[in-house]
Design a binder for this molecule. Sequence first.
Ligand code: TTP
Ligand code: MG
Length: 362
Amino acid sequence: MHDLSEKKIIHIDLDAFFAAVEQRDNPSLKGQPVVIGGAPDKRGVVSTASYEARKFGIRSAMPTRKALLLCPHAIFLKPNFQKYTTASKKIKKIFYEITDLVEPLSLDEAYLDVTKNKLKEPIAKTIAIYIKSRIKGETGLTASAGVAPLKFLAKIASAMNKPDGLTVIPPSHVQAFIDNLPVEKLWSVGPQSKKKLHQFGIFLTKDIKSFGLTKMEKIFGQHGYFLYQLSIGNDPRPVTPAQEAKSRGSEHTFEKDTLNYEVLQKKLIEQAGEISEELRKNSKKGKTITLKIRYNDFSTITRSHTLLTQTDDAEIILKQSLNLLENQTEAGSRPIRLIGISISKFESENEDLQLKFPFLHS
Ligand code: TTP
Ligand code: MG
């Protein structure tokens, strides 16, 4: 195990984020089952549910129709992304006042490495309490925090006492904590890996340890190596500061799968316009245009074209997308569920590459 006194990591995750914002802004929703998501009659899914709604079994990603059956008196609301983004920016600002080593995972979630921090505060728990109270004061929302010397443990810890939780796993408790962790709690273990681990009699993380590195690698390959490292308290992943988005895009899921070529073209016109506007707002230009198509059986393809020069021009983006649609997809003959365009390879990335690999351009 690495020297665990080395690192102090905090994982912050807001509680029932979208629903909490709505309850904050409309007091009549407080204490009520609130569900944020797409409309029940339009194949929408639940984005999130307030803790009151979760008592009825409502969960994220569940069809809204099902949520309605579970709790007919719940209040269903459409998401209001502008509000969520505003709150998200506020919490990020607080994080950066503490350290630049912030790794946001989504609008409401981030890792902070506070081993060294701008507050010069040596006790990570004190920082976590401070962050929670600043978030409450500045956004009116509650957050849960996990404090641990390893990334994966900080994340598990923040989920342990939700909502408004604060859980600390001090270095001296780390190994015992890991030993008794069910394997499915480990970062990177999904339903498939869980099943396979169970088949080998590996249920708790200490079973990975006793299984041994050699056998883990033999059976699970690289993943086995990684899991073994976690089991002995080595999480090699540093908190990695956010990088600027590498692509910009726009996607749309149709209410009904479509065979209609004109409907697809119309959507691409809209999307090319949106992307161009977004690029211009951010003074960005991209070179690679990617069309994404999801057919009605959920199989998904992407097809790309790289231009000779960068662009932010809606017409050029549209022309290339239509070209890809016509020549490289089954549009018109196979029902399509989702269509999207994105653009990547921004100027600065190429400049970076040129600096690193000047021979590429000689
Ligand atoms: P989460 O942090 O996963 O969930 P949460 O904040 O609603 O609840 P918890 O208290 O358990 O942390 O996700 C943050 C927000 O992201 C959530 O409020 C809505 C959105 N979201 C989706 O839109 N779809 C999803 O499938 C999930 C999981 C989240
Ligand atoms: Mg959350």
